[in-house]
Design a protein around this ligand. Structure first.
Ligand code: GLN
Ligand code: ZN
Length: 758
């Protein structure tokens, strides 16, 4: 008998209840007990759903009020000193949410812990802070409590816990450099306590997540795996060790030696060759968890194909030791496709969200346990959906496919080198230390209100457009008044920098409820790329043209880059990401040339997600960077020398991809640096960036208005590393989340600083 399991279920609830509850609680509209009672209902619903689906292994402790890594910090008492004041508060959640979001009242002002991306997903976790000689204790029993909670509903779960080695690896050290692994022995004491107590309460299995196994690990970490799991497996429920997001073969030589009862493999990211190598000597006494259902996309599984793969595995792994599973936690997929009533039914037929994926898992399991299912309607329908999708006219566009084939090396290169372009572009007549912004201006509640009314058809297109024109003109007037050199139209017409373009491109579709957690109460609703991409209509020309016709100053056209559009969407699984990305790039090229034709002399193509698209393993970096850079260049290189191309990047450390950024050959790059006090610039000590660069001098992530003197200091520092002729002065990202009053003050100071430096 095969078994079935799920590694984690979405936390946000069927209708994003988690978001509404958290936000009401933070606004003090509900109290702690109301919050916890309702939260308990979300968990209960999730468990019941999974039980009904027929899974053998149902997770608990996969849920979190904010983030599972934060939960782990509290569990092992890794509470940074600055939060100790909150420890004895009556309201226990003050500490928890204080660590996540910062804590501020009249007397106390504590900065939140840092947040960063969870591997290559769009989920953000709270980064643990560890100091030298840190002591751990079992301080928070959530993992045990939730097991008991589910047990009280009659469900014996398989608790999930982040493994000790991944916990240490993902943490940052706050005292000067020390080896985090020196804390392992003490940390394991806490884990041992937890495991023992879970066993006592009746847990048969525990799922220990060690996602760092999908990275290139150094030897020191590798070695610790063996001893760690030897220690942990004593007096513990059966351990299922999981890793996900890259080929399971990466660290297989460690995995097969570990003293655990079962090992989970992400088969979505493991190719045939690697799987064969694994099966060649998979230990007979271990359970094999086959992560065959993709936890990160929205496509129906090709069940017939999966059955073939499982059949192969079954030959090498005992029947009673084979578990059918999701590839990773379903946290990364939307909850339930059935809610999408307005979706094009042809495309809807190709999709599966979390609830549908549970069904797929159980189908695969059961079809091995009983022959009847092979003739079931469910299976027949699945085969027909897969076939229809393969051959659909909606997907395949001959013109797009042949255009991809006709990309020439010439299309990847500007006509002349930066030095020559620079001379030609001097006709733009820009002063030393030219000033600009990153694109968006405040999206006030009024702007949002008008957009909503327009969407609901409560106001006409004309009324909406007139309103946007008025806002755009206001923004332009303001920029003229404070004398910004290259001005923007303000992006008032855009809801979101990817959605706006997706709506105007063929090959994209939008769901109504396809929400996925990004962090805490925040969710995103990525567009779905289902087919070949082409431009249905000019996308930004109208607004850029309008702006340029309203001012004598130079207006910058604003586009979102191909990699970022790709990265922040659900993408096709029937062709390489590279192909999809290049299709987007060609559509953007059409737009760039249209902007140029319409007299826009400066065009910015934002690529904030370029860095986050980097594969988890270094050996895969080069091939990604090659097509990512080529895509940007396809979109940007066919313009005249006179046209100045800008790009913008934020959210991350760029040190390790500086040479790739150089290869983009944008005339100007604006880049986030102000939060880290221009630390980034240190990398320019040894590295000469050849083109122009605008290191952000105004941290737009905070409502704080930067002072003239601090911006001056930053720019002075920049001049140590970058020739002053190549420095631009700008904020570090778009201003859409800020209020006008701060923005006005900050930008006024910014232009004052630039002028004083001239
Ligand atoms: N042009 C975009 C804006 O200003 C860039 C946003 C981003 O980098 N995330 O809003
Ligand atoms: Zn940005």
């Amino acid at each position: 008998m095969l078994l079935s399991s799920n590694l984690g279920y979405p936390r946000i609830g069927q209708n994003r209840e988690l978001k509404w509850l958290l936000e009401s609680f933070w606004k003090k509209k509900i109290n702690e007990s109301e919050l916890l009672l309702n939260i308990s209902n979300i968990k209960k619903n999730n468990w019941i759903k999974q039980k009904k689906a027929g899974l053998n292994f149902i997770p608990s402790n996969d849920f979190s009020l904010y983030d599972h890594v934060l939960d782990m910090c509290l569990t092992v008492d890794a509470i940074p000193d600055r939060f100790k004041k909150l420890k004895n508060k009556k309201n226990k959640l003050d500490l928890y949410f204080g660590m996540a979001r910062g804590y501020q009242n009249k007397k106390i002002d504590i900065k939140a812990m840092e947040m960063t991306k969870w591997f290559d997903t769009n989920y953000h976790y709270i980064v643990p802070e560890l100091k030298q000689n840190q002591k751990f204790n079992l301080a928070f029993s959530k993992v045990i409590d939730e097991f008991i909670e589910a047990k009280n509903f009659g469900i014996i779960t398989r608790p999930v816990i982040l493994g000790p080695l991944s916990f240490l690896y993902l943490a940052k050290s706050t005292s000067k450099k020390f080896n985090k692994l020196s804390l392992l022995v003490n940390l394991l004491q806490v884990y041992k306590l937890i495991f023992k107590s879970l066993k006592n309460f009746g847990a048969e299995w525990i799922q220990v997540d060690e996602p760092i196994l999908s990275l290139d690990l150094n030897n020191e970490y590798k070695k610790k795996f063996i001893s760690t799991y030897k220690t942990l497996s004593k007096n513990s429920p059966n351990i299922l060790l999981t890793s996900y997001f890259s080929s399971a073969y990466t660290n297989y030589n460690i995995l097969k030696k570990l003293n655990v009862k079962g090992v989970h493999f992400d088969l979505v990211n493991t190719d045939k060759k690697d799987l064969n190598k694994i099966l060649l000597n998979f230990p007979k006494n271990k359970f094999f968890s086959a992560g065959i259902i993709n936890g990160r996309n929205i496509w129906k599984n090709n069940l017939a194909k999966s059955l073939e793969i499982i059949k192969k595995i079954k030959k090498k792994v005992g029947d009673d030791k084979l578990i059918i599973s999701s590839s990773c936690s379903l946290l990364h997929s939307p909850v339930d496709l059935n809610k999408e009533e307005d979706l094009n039914p042809i495309i809807k037929d190709w999709l599966a969200f979390a609830d549908q994926k549970l069904k797929e898992i159980v189908f695969i399991q059961k079809s091995f346990n009983s022959d009847l299912l092979k003739n079931s309607d469910y299976f027949i329908d699945n085969k027909s959906s897969i076939k229809k999708r393969e051959n659909s006219k909606l997907i395949h566009n001959k013109k797009v496919k042949s255009r991809i084939k006709s990309i020439t090396p010439k299309m990847l290169k500007r006509n002349n080198s930066y030095l020559i372009r620079r001379m030609v572009q001097s006709e733009l007549n820009l002063p030393l230390f030219p000033t600009t912004t990153i694109g968006s201006f405040p999206q006030t509640s009024e702007v949002r209100k008008f957009r909503l009314k327009y969407k609901r058809k409560e106001i006409s297109k004309k009324t909406y457009e007139n309103f946007l024109k008025k806002e755009t003109k206001k923004a332009i007037k303001f920029q003229e008044n404070i004398d910004i050199d290259v001005i923007v139209h303000g992006e008032f017409e855009r809801n979101d920098m990817v959605e706006y373009f997706g709506e105007k491109l063929n090959g994209f579709i939008f769901t109504k409820f396809g929400w996925v957690q990004s962090y805490g109460s925040r969710c995103v609703k990525p567009p779905i790329i289902f087919g070949d991409i082409s431009r249905a209509q000019p996308m930004t020309v109208f607004w850029s043209k309008f702006a340029q016709s309203s001012t004598k100053k130079i207006v910058k056209g604003m586009l979102t880059g191909p990699v970022t559009i790709l990265q922040w969407s659900f993408v096709r699984d029937d062709q390489p990401r590279e192909t999809t990305c290049k299709q987007i790039a060609l559509s953007l090229l059409d737009e760039v040339l249209d902007l140029e034709k319409n007299n826009l002399k400066v065009i910015q193509i934002d690529e904030p997600a370029l860095r986050e698209g980097l594969p988890l393993r270094k050996s895969d970096w080069n091939s990604y960077l090659k097509w990512a850079i080529d895509s940007f260049k396809i979109a940007s290189s066919s313009v005249k020398d006179e046209t100045q191309i800008h790009t913008h990047m934020c959210y991350c450390e760029f040190d390790d991809i500086l040479d790739s950024i150089e290869k983009l050959d944008a005339d100007v790059i604006s880049i986030e640096t102000s939060r880290s006090n221009m630390e980034l610039l240190d990398s320019f000590k040894n590295y000469k960036y050849p083109n122009s660069i605008g290191p952000g001098v105004y941290d737009i992530h905070s409502p704080r208005v930067p002072t003239i003197s601090e911006m001056k200091i930053l720019l002075k520092k920049a001049q140590k590393f970058i020739e002053k002729e190549k420095i631009w002065v700008n904020p570090d990202c778009g201003l859409k989340t800020r209020g006008w009053s701060e923005v006005k003050k900050a930008l006024k100071s910014m232009t004052t600083v630039a002028k004083s430096l001239r």
